[in-house]
Design a protein around this ligand. Structure first.
Ligand code: SF4
Ligand code: SF4
Length: 559
């Protein structure tokens, strides 16, 4: 059966939530507790409104891809594709990529694109019709997606397409999508492999650019082309290499740099006692590492971990697990592997204290504020202990939402400012930018405010904290009773007034360990030093008096 084209226009209503600012004449703690749920709701409403996408039917899109066409056939054959005609003349095919190849993307789900290609072997159009990619739901504009798709028009199905970077001989270079490079690479592999497979199936297995005379009939039979129409020009050699392998090869030097950095961090952690006795050296190492984390891991390679990775992983385990989905971004994969290992050995703090780009940005801003003598403030313990529970509530809410739909969870996960501040380099507007900048402004005064109270990823990492095998952070019996120095010094407020470190909240900054070894600031150690100095002085006095006696004897004086 043939579908006649009907030209329809789909009006997409644009809805924007209204932000009403209410003044809070309440105690700060209570006001914040009331404000957070409202902010969450507002965020959710906004992202749901932004997730609205263009929804055109297959015939509408096919008409966009083939402006001269007037009818489209059913999806049929193996692999499925629909022929597009003008009268009886076959113009080309449209196909849904997931009918042909299924390359999992970030979300673990493949992206479905509708692609058209003509008999000359050129792609005539491309449209994303279904996906669960968090980064495409939020943070990438319709315009960016359209620009990405438009670049495929005219690209040969023979072509080797490369996303971004310097031009390479034999390759067509296409701009990626800012902040969604891996997703763009997955889409590229999906599109190119799908069109090549359909081209192969509709042509002849032996057909190349110039089908042999005897093959013309077979091609015409297979494609349903009208007699006398020229045979299609299709290339049949699709790559059989798994997609993730080519991504790892492409990003080899970034992988190498990250591997070296993780090795250095492991050394820092293993020799932390040696380093914390040399505070100046530790400060250089730590500040340098945070700068590296922010610029290389964050802004350059965009390897910011997100709670969405956790939810996707859980979802994949519950449904259909595939390593390939997690291997598509090598840096994210390596970071998660390292985080899993350090969670077992050191706890959640290694990621939050050293490897999280947004955490590093907050930390560096706070350090700068300290140098500028901007006063810091912390909530009283009683407020702090209630506020830190908020991040666990957010995580549980996101988890619940992800069981319903990972797409909804991805939208709600905009509570993380990572996309705005790291992935999109602040190139966003409206509420997202205000939210990210607001959190950073608070972090200037209140160290890692977002991490302490709001971060669902931090909460997710804290859940397995009790599985930690070792306690590497040293404590004395005097810690907490009576000494409160570390407790006051720990600005993420991870040390209880009783002196124990709360591993769920510790960011492994090692500040308390520097104090632990500090013979001036740590009272038990200072006491030991005083006693040691006293006995040394006493010993010196004895030595001096003995020396005097010996001298007197030698000179014949009376002893
Ligand atoms: S709590 Fe969240 S933002 Fe803070 S360092 Fe950890 S993961 Fe990063
Ligand atoms: S000061 Fe100590 S307890 Fe506090 S975050 Fe740093 S390492 Fe953890």
């Amino acid at each position: 059966m043939i579908n006649r084209f009907t030209i329809t226009s789909t009006a997409v209503p644009e809805t924007r939530p209204v932000i009403r600012i209410t003044s809070y004449a309440l105690a700060p703690g209570r006001a914040l507790r009331q404000l957070f749920p409202r902010l969450m709701l507002l965020m959710l409403l906004t992202v749901v409104a932004m997730g609205t996408a263009r929804a055109l039917s297959v015939p509408d899109l096919a008409r966009e891809f083939f402006p001269q066409a007037n009818r489209v056939g059913e999806f049929e054959g193996d692999p499925l594709a629909a022929p597009v005609y003008r009268g009886d003349q076959l113009l080309g095919y449209v196909l849904r990529t997931t009918d042909v190849v299924r390359i999992p993307a970030y979300s673990g789900e493949p992206i479905t694109l509708l692609v058209g290609f003509d008999l000359a072997g050129s792609i005539t159009g491309l449209e994303i019709i279904k996906h669960a990619e968090p980064i495409l739901v939020v943070g990438v504009s319709e315009q960016d997606l359209k620009h990405y798709a438009d670049q495929y028009r005219g690209v040969s199905v023979l072509g080797k397409v490369k996303i971004g970077g310097a031009p390479r001989e034999g390759y067509v270079t296409i701009d990626g999508i800012t902040g969604a490079t891996i997703t763009a690479m997955v889409m590229n592999a999906t599109v190119m492999r799908a069109v090549q497979k359909v081209a192969e199936s509709r042509g002849s297995p032996a057909a190349t650019r110039e089908p042999a005379g005897g093959q013309e009939a077979a091609i015409h039979d297979a494609t349903g082309m009208a007699d006398g129409q020229p045979a299609p020009v299709w290339w049949l050699g699709a790559s059989s290499e798994p997609f993730w392998v080519s991504v790892w090869r492409e990003r080899a030097w970034q992988i190498a740099v990250l591997a070296v950095a993780l090795f250095v961090l492991t050394l820092i952690l293993l020799f932390q006692d040696w380093l914390t006795r040399r505070p100046r050296l530790l400060t250089y190492f730590r500040t340098g590492y945070l700068v590296f984390t922010l610029f290389f891991i964050g802004w350059y390679t965009l390897a910011q971990l997100s709670v969405i990775h956790v939810l996707t992983f859980i979802n994949a385990i519950l449904h259909q697990f595939s390593w390939e989905a997690f291997l598509v971004d090598p840096l994210i994969f390596i970071l998660w592997a390292f985080v899993a290992l350090t969670l077992l050995l050191w706890g959640r703090g290694v990621y939050c204290g050293w490897l999280c780009p947004f955490g590093a940005l907050q930390e560096l801003l706070h350090q700068l504020a300290q140098r500028l003598k901007i006063p810091a403030w912390n909530f009283p313990d009683v407020v702090h202990e209630r506020l830190w529970a908020v991040k666990y509530v957010i995580f549980v809410a996101l988890f619940g939402l992800s069981l319903q739909s990972i797409g909804y969870a991805a939208k709600a996960a905009e509570v993380e400012p990572f996309k705005t501040a790291i992935v999109l380099h602040f190139d966003r507007n409206g509420i997202y930018l205000a939210y990210a900048l607001g959190l950073l402004a608070i972090a200037v005064f209140n160290r890692k405010f977002y991490c302490k109270y709001l971060c669902p990823l931090g909460a997710a990492l804290a859940v397995p904290a009790p599985l930690r095998i070792f306690d590497w952070l040293r404590r004395r019996k005097e810690c907490g009773r009576p000494c409160q120095i570390c407790e006051k010094q720990c600005e993420v407020q991870a040390i209880r007034p009783t002196g124990e470190i709360n591993p769920n909240e510790c960011h492994y900054c090692l500040d308390c360990q520097v104090t632990y070894w500090d013979e001036v600031r740590c009272p038990p150690l200072a006491e030991k030093r005083r006693r040691r100095e006293k006995s040394r002085q006493a010993l010196d006095r004895i030595m001096v008096s003995q020396g005097n006696d010996t001298a007197a004897t030698a000179t014949g004086k009376e002893v």
